[in-house]
Structure formats: C-alpha cells, structure tokens
Design a protein. Sequence first.
Length: 118
Amino acid sequence: VQLQASGGGLVQAGESLRLSCAASGFNFSINNMRWYRQAPGKQRELVATITNDGTTNYVDSVKGRFTISRDNAKNTVYLQMNSLKPEDTAVYYCNAPVHYGLTLSNYWGQGTLVTVSS
C-alpha cells in the first residue's frame, strides 16, 4: 500500500490550497479515506473523512472551509482548503483504514506541510 500526498505549501491567511493523496495497493473505491493533521507540539487530529459512498464528515474547526472529495477512477482523495487561517498550519496526512477480513491495517501517507502566514 502506498499513499502519496502532495499540494502543501506556504500561503497567506484567507488563501486556498488543494491537497491530493494518490493511493495504490488496495481497493480504493470501497475504502473510507481520511485526512489528519498535526500541528507543532500538538497531537494528530482527524480533519475530514469520506466514506466509500461519498459521505463526508469534518472536525468543527474546518466545517464550511474545507471539502474532502475523491476520484475513484484516479484512486485519489483531495482536501480543498479555503479561507485558510494561521491555526491551520500543520503537516497534513492522508490515511487509509484498510480491512483485511477481521484485521484492520492503518496506512499513512508521508505528510505534506501547510503553512499559513498571518
């Protein structure tokens, strides 16, 4: 399993970024996908989830600003981040919780750094 995240960078407050995570090695279309983030000195936080049928959920702090989506034809999950704030600064990780029968394996991308300046 491989998860390759990209799209991070340095932006000013109020601007937008789109993160991408290209997946391989498992049946992407039937799998839920998640984006997490970890800010300096803080615990990793679940930001957004998209299920295999396209249902989405967000942490309260990003609702209305971030949108998670998926393209099953490209085995890719996206995180569109609008109206970015300095507190969104973090390393963002894509995550795939993959079930093999009764066994759950959590796979992580390498992380992409998002820095939002004020």
